[in-house]
Ligand binder design. Structure first.
Ligand code: ADP
Ligand code: MG
Length: 242
């Protein structure tokens, strides 16, 4: 059974239908990259999977449970599915360690000592063991994004959704964040990620999804999509994103 099962999902904002019947299954341990032009619905799809947007039609199942948009179910869902954004959204007045501890203590009611031990382990996992007491403005963008990853991991999610997590970074900082994601993938984390890093997608993903105008336009293994695009839309997209 798929860890994430998206079936005929539709989403509209006002008169505009942004997701036009999306079908996508993500298996446990699978790494699926979503590519596509700006406005094609990639972020909206991830936000629906994390319950940040409600869907108008279709269904989303996570670990066998139907996504239902009420407070109790959403809380349970967000324990299962972590999300990382382009902007790191760290609390500026809290240290890296405290940022990683906070949601564990607030959402999971984890005791402080335990949350701190987990924060230290997760900061170590993203290569920032020595930055526990550093504040966000003392960290580079790449380091801040790695703290955000540590924060998501500390909740022990079944899957991570990543929405262009390297797009706000200076080019020289992209690699250190992708290296962390690559390691998570190698350790078997289930990942559904929107990315413009085509080389990364080719090397790390099991499957690539090309979204176009609110639909899954092409889907398949990276070698197939990148080397043998079947539609003019994907060919054009790849031409522009080399
Ligand atoms: P992508 O991530 O692929 O760039 P998005 O999912 O962000 O695309 O957006 C898809 C479309 O939905 C765009 O036309 C965007 O303007 C529109 N959209 C996204 N969020 C909202 C919103 N909250 N209200 C109205 N329109 C939105
Ligand atoms: Mg987006």
């Amino acid at each position: 059974m798929s860890l994430i099962a998206i079936t005929e999902v539709r989403k509209r904002f006002g008169a505009v239908e942004v997701l036009k019947g999306i079908n996508l299954d993500v298996d446990r341990g699978e790494v699926v990259c979503i590519i596509g032009r700006s406005g094609s619905g990639k972020s909206t799809l991830l936000r629906c999977v994390n319950g940040l947007e409600t869907i108008d039609d279709g269904s989303i199942m996570v670990a066998g449970a139907q996504l239902v948009p009420d407070a109790i179910h959403l809380k349970a869902l967000r324990l299962k599915v972590g999300m990382i954004f382009q902007q790191f959204n760290l609390f500026p007045h809290l240290s890296a360690g405290a940022n990683v501890m906070l949601s564990q203590m607030v959402v999971k009611k984890t005791p402080k000592q335990e949350a701190e031990a987990m924060a230290r382990r997760m900061l170590e996992r993203v290569g920032l063991a020595e930055k526990f007491h550093a504040y966000p403005d003392q960290l580079s963008g790449g380091q801040q994004q790695r703290v955000a990853i540590a924060r998501a991991l500390a909740m022990q999610p079944l899957a991570l959704l990543c929405d262009e997590i390297t797009s706000a970074l200076d080019p020289e900082l992209v690699a250190e964040v992708l290296a962390v994601v690559r390691e998570l993938a190698a350790e078997g984390m289930t990942l559904l990620m929107v990315t413009h890093e085509m080389r990364f997608a080719r090397e790390v993903c099991d499957r690539v999804v090309f979204m176009h105008q609110g639909r899954v336009h092409e889907i398949g293994p990276p070698a197939e999509l990148f080397d043998h695009p079947r539609t003019p839309e994907l060919r054009q997209f790849l031409g522009a994103h080399g």
